[in-house]
Design a protein around this ligand. Structure first.
Ligand code: ADP
Ligand code: MG
Length: 731
């Protein structure tokens, strides 16, 4: 009897919801309590210093070292009042998640041994050399000077967590190459700001800045801690490599938006209280489609800060889950047969004058601006659809994309019927022709002839990876465990480059004598035609779409190692160079890291799968088979042969099925190990990743198939691994 599994199940059922108390009566009383935000800075910094910091954040003006000293002094005083004894530069290496190395504030007053003081200078705030040479750099740090530096990002406020002052930083090499995800994100945000501001000036010359906004929706699973501990696959890979579907899973859609289970509700509250202290404006929480799957989302904010908050919330989620005897699963596809987890990136651009550039306006002028940005974004997504797919692709997310509940591994854009109609009419109209909308509205050329677009564009398409949702695009293909930066770097860079091209084209026409409106109109019209293949409002899950997308020339590649090559095509290299976000060398280096990570993930999964088969599945199944054999021989001992033949026939067929399946499993595991050995000898990262994808990975499903069939016939009492029904329904 499998005592561990049943003990875990029994204990999980006994667990009660924790009692969680709010840190204050009103959320606003303690919101941002641990954050060195503007309000706090105003109390701890001189007015002059504060102005410099604000100028740095709002206008990208570099901070002088002298100012950094003042900021550091104020920050230290505040942090120590909050109980901090240490500080850390918090950065985002090319692995998942974040990294930090803590240093104490202490230093000698004078000569060694003369006593200590708490010290924190502008130098320590601004820059550090954490070494951190074990993080992947794709060769940048081995071929060049090996040093890696972290540098303070003043646009994301520092915070105190536990006993440590945490300073958001970028991570770069001695030679200036980015080694992280934040540095290129900041560059991409600045590129899109510059390019979009220039285009905005056609419509409103007073616009000074364009901000990129991000609102992420974080999906996740919770699994009881005891059950998790008895599943080596969950513990080591974050997903179940084996497990037969539960008879009931999400068919009845009874979990989606249902009442939140009490233990989970306590977890959510606890998490929210904690998040509010760190200034994360969580707004929404609910059950998701799959059993034990949930979602939370904040109010959107400036992209860099919002992304840092997402990274922070992911670590808070993990930590707080343990307090409630849960384990958090951020994996994109922890369970086969039920929905996986994504992280929709709601993305938009807005001006410093408060205008949402993706919000349809009330006047024709506002709508011309809206259409201008919309069409340029479509062009960018069209030109770089392969790259955008590469930006969200990982070994984990590959299980989700193309599976039946997620967008396919093809990037297309959904606009909804209304906006589609507007673009189609615009695309067809000639310069002298009036545009007729809804049989009522006639707008003549000469004024920006953009018909009125209603604000309540409520069309929804759950199958589109990049959907327009009224005042923003929702990049839905992003994975739940991802750092949003990867998608945001590609998207903002592509849009920035496209806006630059647009400006050149429009200025050219104006120089040739066209009016501004006419020039914009003509370029837009051309773009509408060129970018048409990216627009798709139909069912993205259908096979017909895959065929159609290929005909339209969209990137339909499904192999992860292959998909990454979109980063180093001549078009991508030129685009990233043009906007100054990533150099060719950085792009190549990053791909090396991606391939290496892919290989390692599949390698680990393959090992765990082999172990599970040989140490958990086959021994149990063989034991059960022995019981059956014993039963059969006893039947023959008691009954005459012809009667025994009849009575033992079911068990004999089970015995045979078990033998056949065990043999298949063993053969497949052996073949997988062989394929791994061959792949491991390959040196080049791409070739190795390709070998893992083409030669090793295909065994996963073959092996799982027989194991899952065995799960259905072996005595439930003997099965050691918690079953799907236990993992998904106990909470
Ligand atoms: P849904 O599930 O319908 O997609 P949610 O309310 O769960 O919507 O999440 C929507 C997310 O989009 C929230 O984070 C919200 O703040 C964000 N959002 C809303 N408007 C914008 C915008 N203009 N730009 C960026 N994000 C936005
Ligand atoms: Mg959404």
């Amino acid at each position: 009897m499998s005592s561990l599994r049943f003990k875990a199940v029994e204990e999980a059922y006994k667990k009660k919801a924790l009692c969680v108390e709010a840190p204050g009566v009103l959320t606003s009383d303690y919101f941002g309590k641990y954050v060195f935000n503007r309000a706090t800075m105003a109390k701890y910094l001189s007015k002059e210093t504060l102005n410099y910091v604000q100028d740095a954040v709002d206008n990208g003006v570099a901070l002088q070292r002298g100012i950094a000293d003042h900021v550091a002094a104020g920050m230290k005083r505040w942090a120590m009042e909050k109980g901090a004894t240490h500080y850390t530069h918090w950065f985002q290496p090319l692995t998942d998640g974040t990294a930090e190395k803590h240093d104490s504030f202490i230093d000698y007053i004078g000569a060694p041994g003369e006593g200590i003081i708490e010290d924190f200078s502008g130098k320590l705030l601004a820059q550090q050399e954490p070494d951190a040479s074990s993080f992947p750099s794709g060769g940048i740090r081995s071929t060049f000077e090996a040093r890696g530096y972290t540098a303070w990002d003043p646009s994301s406020p520092a915070f105190v967590m536990d006993d440590t002052l945490v300073i958001p930083t970028i991570f770069i090499s001695y030679t200036g190459e980015s080694l992280d995800l934040k540095a290129p994100l900041l560059k991409a945000l600045s590129a899109v700001d510059k390019a979009a501001t220039a285009v905005c000036k056609y419509f409103d010359p007073t616009v000074k800045k364009v901000v990129c906004y991000l609102g992420w929706e974080q999906e996740y699973f919770l699994v009881d801690e005891g059950l998790y501990a008895t599943r080596p696959d969950l513990a080591l890979t974050g997903r179940t490599l084996l497990g037969h579907e539960s008879a009931k899973n999400q068919q009845l859609e009874d979990h989606y938006f249902g009442a939140v289970p009490s233990r989970v509700a306590a977890y959510m509250k606890d998490l929210e209280f904690e998040a509010y202290k760190y200034g994360i404006p969580l707004k929404t929480r609910h059950n998701e489609v799959a059993p034990n799957q949930f979602e939370l989302a904040p109010i959107f904010g400036e992209a860099n800060l919002s992304n840092d908050q997402n990274l922070l919330i992911m670590s808070l989620m993990k930590k707080i889950a343990r307090r409630h005897s849960f384990r958090l699963l951020l994996h994109e596809k922890p369970f086969a047969g039920v929905n996986g987890s994504g992280k929709h990136n709601n993305w938009s651009l807005g001006t410093n004058t408060g205008v949402g550039l993706l919000t349809p306006g009330k006047t024709p002028e506002e709508n011309l601006q809206f259409i201008t940005f919309l069409v340029n974004i479509l062009m960018a997504v069209y030109k770089h659809n392969g790259l955008l797919k590469a930006s969200i692709m990982t070994a984990n997310n590959a299980h989700r994309l193309g599976a039946n509940e997620a967008p396919p591994a093809i990037v297309s854009a959904f606009l909804g019927s209304q906006i589609t109609a507007v673009l189609d009419k615009l695309g067809k109209s000639t310069s002298d022709e009036a545009i007729v909308m809804d049989d009522k509205k006639i707008l003549k050329l000469g004024i920006p002839h953009i018909p009125e677009v209603l604000l309540d564009n409520t069309d929804r398409n759950r199958t589109s990876p990049f959907a327009f949702t009224g005042n923003r695009f929702e990049f839905r293909a992003v994975g739940s465990s991802a750092n949003c930066s990867s998608a945001l770097i590609a998207l903002n860079s592509a849009v920035a480059a496209q806006l630059e091209d647009f400006k050149v084209a429009v200025d050219g026409k104006i120089a040739a004598g066209a009016t501004k409106e006419k020039a914009i109109f003509e370029v837009i019209k051309e773009y509408i035609k060129i970018s048409k293949p990216i627009r798709f409002d139909g069912n993205g899950y259908s096979d017909a779409w895959k065929e159609e997308a290929a005909k339209r020339g969209l990137d339909c590649e499904t192999s992860v190692p292959e998909i990454y090559k979109a980063y180093t095509t001549p078009e991508s290299i030129a685009m990233f160079k043009k906007v100054g976000v990533l150099s060719e060398k950085e792009l190549h280096a990053r791909n090396e890291v991606k391939w290496e990570t892919y290989t390692k993930k599949i390698q680990i999964e393959a090992r765990v799968l082999g172990d599970l088969c040989m140490n958990h599945i086959i021994p149990v199944v063989t034991k059960y088979q022995s019981l059956l054999l014993d039963n059969v021989s006893k039947i023959y001992g008691i009954y005459p042969a012809d009667k025994a033949e009849e009575l033992s026939s079911m068990n004999k067929s089970l015995i045979e099925e078990i033998s056949t399946r065990i043999c298949k499993i063993k053969n497949n595991v052996d073949a997988m190990v062989e394929a791994r050995k061959i792949a491991n000898k390959i040196e080049h990262e791409y070739d190795k990743a390709k070998a893992y994808h083409d030669e090793v990975f295909p065994y996963f499903d073959k092996i799982r198939y027989d194991v899952d069939k065995l799960e259905m016939i072996v005595d439930n009492q003997m099965w050691t691994l918690p079953k799907y029904r236990e993992l998904l329904f106990i909470r």
